[in-house]
Design a protein around this ligand. Structure first.
Ligand SMILES: [Zn+2]
Length: 312
């Protein structure tokens, strides 16, 4: 079924591409795609052959969840991205794919539309709680541990609460809205600076959000950045449509993120920072910190903060 669907998409994209692929032109242009193929070069040795995107090896993957390494801990049936953009996103946002403790990770780096997101979310065991005045929806194991963290914080006269109404679950359309809130002003800015022509800006605006991602990342390779402050990549500002960990219901944006004690309590309850430079954003990984390296995650320290990112 999937293959049929991708073939059907071939009319829209100039080439057939697999999940996570926005535009194979980006991959062809850079000329170094094979070097960064995460699946054939896990940073830690895995007790299995390099994973391929086939039914047989996916079965192997699910049987080897206890093995060390990122690829070995991804969900069975995970559709490895074949293109540069998908690989980049896996590297930047991918920690949640090895979440354990009863969490369910998506099998794709990018959900393509609202129906894919609702299909995923509707199959989850989830719970809703009112926290800090906002109704927050998360996967049940993530919520259970969050409630324990909140209890622990209380004992120390601290609070752990969401930053806003969209701090937990998001819909696909919400991620599209956030994306547009960065892309549109940035296009205006760079046209005014003479870095992009109005024709190009109009063309990019006319693309679907899904198609815009590779165009925007290509411009960023030339230093034309799309984050809110225009000084860094948009992916450190908002997640491209369909890629947010909030869609997986395994993320929470925390109001008290500046407090090291709060970060410590969250980590004690399996909630970690996993996206470098998205400081309020925490991800549910479902295991104690000592087990994270076994999942193929590596520790990055930055300004007194600890991030756990895929070792790819
Ligand atoms: Zn977030």
């Amino acid at each position: 079924m999937q293959i049929v669907r991708y073939l059907a998409l071939a009319g829209v994209f100039s080439v057939v591409c697999f999940s996570g692929c926005w535009d194979n032109k980006a991959g062809n242009g850079s000329g170094n795609t094979s070097a960064v193929n995460y699946s054939s070069s896990p940073a830690k040795p895995v007790n299995s052959k390099p994973e391929q995107n086939t039914a047989e090896t996916n079965t192997n993957m699910s049987e080897k969840k206890t093995a060390a390494g990122f690829a070995a801990n991804m969900p069975g049936g995970f559709q490895s991205p074949a293109d540069d953009v998908g690989k980049k996103l896996l590297k930047e946002y991918g920690s949640m794919f090895v979440a354990k403790g009863g969490a369910t990770a998506p099998k794709t780096v990018v959900f393509k539309d609202e129906s894919e997101v609702s299909a995923f979310q509707s199959g989850l065991s989830k719970s809703t709680e009112t926290i800090g005045g906002f109704a927050i929806e998360l996967q049940s194991p993530a919520m259970n541990d969050l409630k324990k963290a909140i209890e622990d914080a209380k004992k120390e006269n601290l609070t752990i609460s969401p930053r806003g109404v969209d701090s937990g679950r998001r819909t696909y359309n919400e991620t599209v809205g956030l994306w547009a809130s960065r892309v549109e002003p940035a296009l205006k800015h760079w046209v005014a600076k003479g870095k992009i022509t109005q024709v190009d800006a109009d063309r990019i605006k006319s693309l679907s959000p899904f198609e815009q991602v590779s165009e925007v990342l290509k411009l960023e390779e030339k230093g034309i950045y799309f984050a809110k402050d225009l000084s860094k990549s948009i992916i450190y500002s908002v997640a491209p449509p369909g890629t947010s960990q909030h869609l997986a219901m395994l993320a929470l944006d925390v109001k008290e993120f500046e407090n090291p004690k709060v970060r410590e309590i969250l980590a004690r309850h399996n909630w970690y920072q996993t996206v470098v430079s998205d400081l309020p954003h925490f991800t549910y990984l479902g295991v104690p910190e000592t087990e994270l390296p076994n999942l193929g995650l590596k520790r990055i320290s930055d300004n007194g903060r600890t991030f756990w990112i895929p070792e790819l």
